[in-house]
Design a protein around this ligand. Structure first.
Ligand code: NHR
Ligand code: GAR
Length: 198
């Protein structure tokens, strides 16, 4: 395996369309990283099947099998670390992570959040943006810090909120942007890291 390539582990919880967009960008030659593994906290996540078909190693660490967040996160970290990732990517990963976990990956754990952070941290972002009368909405890729959705933003994408939008039409418009945004943000991170060590 490419020893000098940036090694990435992707964590998902479900559909995994952002994970797919990263894999597709690699296959298209527009992103130069190696996806070492895809890990889901939910058995049966659709994204796992896609990863397997792509020949990417995939595994499940089911949070329901653990008594505490600490125990889940410790096992998750052990699984991740066997792949020696340079970047750990949360792509629709739906479990809040403990400070211990986050600090273990300081500076290399990133997340895509469906809002223009610092607006609308947490869940149900699309409905909340509509209810607040926002004219613009979007998605942010940010470094993960122990405080939820509070880490430094790497890159954002914007979409208009239209008159007739409901949460699902708005979510679809944002998701289309996410699929361009996440590969771009990873590219940016990789390029900046290379520049720092040059
Ligand atoms: N962990 C930390 N420490 N910091 C962040 O910034 C994190 C994080 C874990 C996940 C993604 C985040 C998002 O983009 C993320 C960022 C899940 C929840 C949540 O409430 C909130 C935010 C995010 C992800 N999860 C519930 C929980 O009890 C479970 C919800 C479910 O399973 O559907 O963990 O929005
Ligand atoms: C994406 O819209 C992502 O931004 C959001 O969930 C969707 C996952 O889709 N993430 C969160 O809400 C994190 N709490 P995907 O599984 O198809 O990538």
């Amino acid at each position: 395996m490419a020893a000098n390539k940036t090694n990435v582990v992707i964590l998902i919880s479900g559909r995994g369309s952002n994970m797919k967009s990263i894999v597709n960008a690699i296959n298209a030659g527009s992103l130069d990283v190696n996806v070492a593994a895809v890990i889901s906290n939910r058995p049966g996540a659709a994204g796992i099947e896609f990863a397997q078909k792509q020949g990417i190693q995939s595994l499940v660490v089911d949070h329901k099998n653990f008594d505490s967040r600490e125990q889940f996160d410790q096992t998750l970290a052990k699984e991740i670390d066997q792949f020696s990732p340079d970047i750990v990517v949360l792509a629709g990963f739906m479990r809040i992570l403990t400070p211990e976990f986050v600090n273990h990956y300081a500076g290399k754990l990133i997340n895509i959040h469906p809002s223009l952070l610092p607006k609308f941290k947490g869940l149900n972002t699309h409905q909340r943006a509509i209810d607040a009368g926002e004219k613009e909405h979007g998605a942010s890729v940010h470094l993960v810090t122990p405080e939820l959705d509070n880490g430094p933003v790497i890159l954002q994408a914007r979409v208009p909120v239209l008159q007739d939008d409901d949460a699902s039409t708005l979510a679809a418009r944002v998701l289309e942007q996410e699929h361009q945004l996440y590969p771009d943000a990873i590219n940016k991170l990789v390029t900046e890291k290379l520049t720092q060590t040059a």
